[in-house]
Design a protein around this ligand. Structure first.
Ligand SMILES: Cc1cc2nc3c(=O)[nH]c(=O)nc-3n(C[C@H](O)[C@H](O)[C@H](O)COP(=O)(O)OP(=O)(O)OC[C@H]3O[C@@H](n4cnc5c(N)ncnc54)[C@H](O)[C@@H]3O)c2cc1C
Length: 404
């Protein structure tokens, strides 16, 4: 890791002293996390030190209001830059943040009652409690409106039945946002905060994933699961709106994380190309190796700029949550950033593996890990096929929706 790490996105901004301080704090914790992550990754062990170390450094609450626990109330641009730095440590480390902060805590902050925010956010900002976001089901992925999980009203709350799968932090989370329809209906979806110690809640990790070996992905079972009435999240019947707003924050974090992945691949490739000698000279002097580096650099800058633009528009949307125009602008910009950055990060990882040759084909080295890990960024939080259509629909307008 270079001594003076610089975020790609910093090139376009005059950072305030506060932003510089936050990014350097994040950088410091990332350096502590790296050796632990190396061990966990190779042993296929969940890396709980990410929550502990970032929690102790008071960095899990970066975008959470200062009213709650260790919330720091930073804007979306600064948060995206922090995630960019974290993304460099690997998609697994960043996925923890996406699940816990972007999809979890930010959604409680946006939609929760004051009582829910006071109950959940302080411990979340300190890493004492971990969040997850449970939308996907075995039969409902790209089409969340087709989900099967149901709830029934009980005397003092709700009873939930169903299954959620491929949930980041799913088997370690203390609280999961769960989306369900009223029993027997396929409209009026509601969102709930479901605590893992609720009766009828169980979870287990998904094994044999392609990558993300230090990051938890789980399946959650809700079997007559008892949820108190005060755990309904957001207005009754507005579950899909809650889910879609969460996915905007989540996608932005994926885009920012991918920028960090590209940066890490580029730095590793430049360093290796200067040191590795073949045919009597450093491989960096071979023009076809330079082509890999040139492409990576252009993709890095393009992904960073698209992500910054998306963060600016997302902040504008947060400042004017009732404006449909700002929401739609942010939604499209975030989709574009996630689409481009996830494709570019996979291409960068593939190039880095190629330049490393046989050494690239090992999980001991960072390019190989990025290759298997960043692949998921083209799948989760809206597949890139879905995002391409979302982007096109934002231009074509009503009546041209490719899916509903
Ligand atoms: C490691 C990991 C972590 C995840 N974390 C979470 C999480 O924290 N919370 C959560 O809720 N989910 C999570 N997911 C699930 C993820 O969001 C879904 O996998 C994703 O939405 C796609 O759903 P699917 O896998 O069911 O694919 P499907 O929806 O079955 O899609 C299969 C293929 O068909 C294409 N397709 C589907 N519909 C269309 C269409 N209308 N037009 C064009 N192409 C289409 C897709 O693009 C894809 O290529 C995670 C997944 C992974 C792998």
């Amino acid at each position: 890791m270079p001594d003076g790490f610089v975020n790609a996105s910093k090139a376009y901004l005059e950072l305030t002293d506060e932003q510089e301080l936050i990014i350097s704090q994040v950088d410091g914790v990332c350096r502590e996390v790296r050796p632990i992550e190396d061990g966990c990754y190779l042993d296929h062990r969940y890396n709980g030190a990410v929550a502990d170390l970032f929690g102790q450094a008071r960095l899990l609450g970066l975008p959470i209001s200062t009213l709650y626990g260790d919330g720091q109330g930073i804007d979306m641009v600064t948060y995206a830059m922090a995630i960019e730095r974290i993304g460099r440590e690997g998609t697994g480390v960043r996925t923890f943040f996406s699940g816990h902060v972007s999809l979890g805590m930010l959604t409680v902050q946006r939609w929760g009652t004051e009582e829910q925010k006071e109950r959940y956010l302080p411990s979340g900002t300190r890493g004492k409690k971990v969040f997850a976001f449970g939308l996907t089901e075995p039969g409902a992925g790209s089409d969340p409106a087709s989900l099967q999980t149901e709830f029934q009203e009980a005397e003092d709350g709700f009873v939930l039945n169903g299954q959620k799968t491929w949930i980041s932090n799913g088997s370690v989370a203390d609280s999961v946002l769960i989306f369900a329809y009223p029993k027997g209906r396929r409209e009026g979806m509601c969102a709930f905060v479901v605590d893992r110690d609720s009766d009828g809640f169980s979870a287990k990790p998904i094994k044999n994933k392609l990558g993300l070996f230090s990051s938890d992905t789980g399946t959650i079972y809700l079997d007559e699961c008892q949820v108190p009435k005060e755990n309904l999240l957001g207005p009754r019947g507005k579950g899909l709106s809650v889910a879609y707003s969460a996915l905007m924050s989540g996608r932005l974090s994926v885009a920012a994380g991918c920028v960090g992945v590209i940066q890490d691949c580029l730095d590793e490739t430049v360093r290796y190309s200067q040191l590795r000698v073949q045919h009597g000279k450093p491989i960096g002097m071979h023009q076809l190796v330079q082509r890999h580096i040139g492409r990576m650099e252009v993709n890095l800058q393009a992904a960073a700029m698209l992500t910054l633009r998306a963060a600016v528009l997302h902040q504008r949307h947060q400042d004017q949550p009732d404006s449909v125009a700002t929401r739609e602008a942010a939604d499209a910009a975030i989709a574009e950033a996630k689409y481009f950055a996830s494709n570019a990060s996979f291409e960068a990882a593939d190039s880095a593996v190629q330049v490393f040759g046989a050494n690239g084909y090992s999980l001991e080295n960072r390019p190989g890990r990025h290759l298997v890990d960043t692949r998921v960024s083209r799948i989760y939080e809206g597949t890139n096929e879905i995002l391409e259509q979302k982007i096109a629909n934002s231009l074509l307008g009503k009546g041209f929706e490719a899916y509903s």
